[in-house]
Design a protein around this ligand. Sequence first.
Ligand code: NDP
Ligand code: PYC
Length: 345
Amino acid sequence: MSDANDGAATVHLTLDEVRALAKAGLAKTGLSPDHVDAVAETMVAGERDGCASHGIYRLLVAASSVKTGVVVPDAEPVLDEPSPALVRVDGKGGFAQLPFRLGAPLLVEKAQKYGIAALALNNVVHFAALWPEVEKLASEGVVTLAVTPSHAWVAPAGGTEPVFGTNPIAFGWPRPSGEPFVFDFATSAVARGEIELHRRAGKPVPDDWGYDPQGNPTTVAEDVLKGAMRTFGGHKGSALAAMVELLGGPLIGDMTSLQSIEADGGRGGSPIGGEFIIAVDPAGFVGAMLGEHMKHAEEMFDTITGQGARLPSQRRYEARRKSLTDGVDIPAALMRDIEKLLEEA
Ligand code: NDP
Ligand code: PYC
């Protein structure tokens, strides 16, 4: 995923060691045990699947969000059902993972009952990748789309001032093999976490990732972080970023990325606000013909892979198969920062 750490010293860990490290670090921040468990699992999943920008590195990010008061460490999420096919979980200012755990089973139940259902996570702090969520839901048989705004870091196509968040879109499609088709990417040129990893490694970034504070293209990671990131695909990424703002903000009564960064007030915490997830039962429209139509989906996947192209999520599943037996390597500098966190009073 990232070459930001190529050539640097690394430390080898088993996934159980990553989990223990994540749990110890999160517990140290004062996070309540349910949150520790839910948040740690997303960090383990990131390392396990070779997604370093959302792996154990996020321990430092999460700790900073707790320390600066951006996240409520012992928030108790509350679930309600605004209408028959809608589920809402108010995260009460805590991290998003536990509210997702609470709302996901009812979302699937409603999608299976009504054909389509939606889940809003409100008032949550979000630093994580979305694929663990859409993969879980697709593994349970529902087609899933998830979006969340973040902080206003990204300029619209044609501008140089931040408006949008890095605003990921994630999609999951159930497959007979048991490993769903999943994609999950930011609508910015890259996730902010990638730029942060380049900054940590002292590496330049491509000049089409963002602008410096004066609005000029730059290869200095730090300057992009202080200036504005760019959307992917010009006006197309810009429109999709706006869609994510609308679905994960006003539609569910939550914040836009501009509001989120204002609420952060310079504390440098993770984005605050909402996440919107739609789940569709694939039998809804086609009923008894489901097997036939799913076969056409498989034929399409085969036609993609048959010409040497790969499916999104293929790399992740391969990384997973390897890391489950071989463990993972994390940068030694990151390990030192985590040890420092664990030693702090
Ligand atoms: P990438 O640009 O790395 O794209 C990732 C997606 O594209 C994955 O599904 C990946 O599959 C797929 N992909 C990559 N290369 C190929 C290829 N050659 N052929 C087919 N598919 C490919 O991701 P981003 O940097 O944009 O985002 C990384 C993460 O950051 C996401 O998980 C996102 O959720 C997270 N994020 C979270 C935010 C938040 O507010 N919570 C904000 C922004 C980002 P594979 O995994 O198999 O490589
Ligand atoms: O990498 O852009 C990012 C990001 C923002 C919030 C969580 N990840």
